[in-house]
Design a protein around this ligand. Structure first.
Ligand SMILES: N[C@@H](CCC(=O)N[C@@H](CS)C(=O)NCC(=O)O)C(=O)O
Length: 220
């Protein structure tokens, strides 16, 4: 069996968080595409890795106790990889706490809210005629973008002076608002200039750019 990390993913924002981290940290890995079109996220093999049936998931064949370790939940994966590599999560207690705060801000807020926005605005547009869900998730997504914009005013990254797992988690979701949801106009993204500059800066990083493409969407 390979000693490399095994990544099970698809290039959605949650999936990209894991592949961007692996690329940026320089951790060797094998990528396995989980094709939603074939319902592979619910296959018995994949459910052994993530019983929740969602990507991303990883298996570290050589974890700290020498035994294989399966890890689900992208936030937990980012923390695991940062601790394994000693990169992108400061050991300074203040910076570490701030990094975890902005990581959990994404996991508990940005991901679920932007995800629901994308569902009603793009993927389930024809299934719901009631305008309320789109309004609710547009308003909440704009509120969250405002919080990020305020945080990024005068800052290069979300925490301290360095790129961290907090940036990786949040930037993939903000980037998806244009690349996956075509929602720049509806969400008024031009109102959030600090966020826009931060996204541009980060997606130009060669390793992040490479990570965003891992496990790309299969052609239907
Ligand atoms: N909280 C999870 C969310 C993962 C998630 O929702 N993944 C989506 C793709 S972005 C998925 O696998 N969806 C497939 C499905 O629900 O069947 C995480 O952060 O890893």
């Amino acid at each position: 069996m390979s000693s490399k990390i095994q990544l099970y993913s698809l290039a959605t924002p949650n999936g990209q968080k894991a592949s961007v981290a692996l690329e940026e940290m320089g951790i060797p890995y094998d990528a396995h595409l989980i094709d939603f079109g074939k319902d592979e996220q619910h296959s018995p093999e994949f459910l052994k890795v993530n019983p929740n049936g969602k990507i991303p998931a990883i298996v570290d064949p050589e974890s700290a106790d020498g035994k294989p370790l399966a890890i689900m939940e992208s936030g937990a994966i980012l923390i695991y990889l940062a601790e394994k590599s000693g990169k992108f999560l400061s050991t300074n207690p203040r910076l570490r706490s701030e990094t975890l705060q902005w990581l959990f801000f994404q996991v508990g807020g940005v991901g679920p809210m932007f995800g629901q926005f994308g569902h009603f605005f793009k993927f389930a547009k024809d299934k719901c005629k009631d305008p309320y869900p789109i309004k609710r998730y547009t308003d909440e997504s704009r509120r969250i973008l405002g919080v990020l914009d305020q945080r990024l005013n005068g800052r290069t990254y979300l925490v301290g002076d360095e790129y961290s797992i907090a940036d990786m988690a949040n930037v993939t979701w903000v980037h998806a608002l244009t690349t996956a949801y075509d929602a720049a106009e509806t969400l008024g993204l031009k109102d959030f200039s600090h966020v826009a500059a931060w996204v541009d800066r980060i997606i130009k990083r060669p390793k992040t750019a490479a990570g965003l493409k891992v496990c790309g969407m299969p052609k239907s």
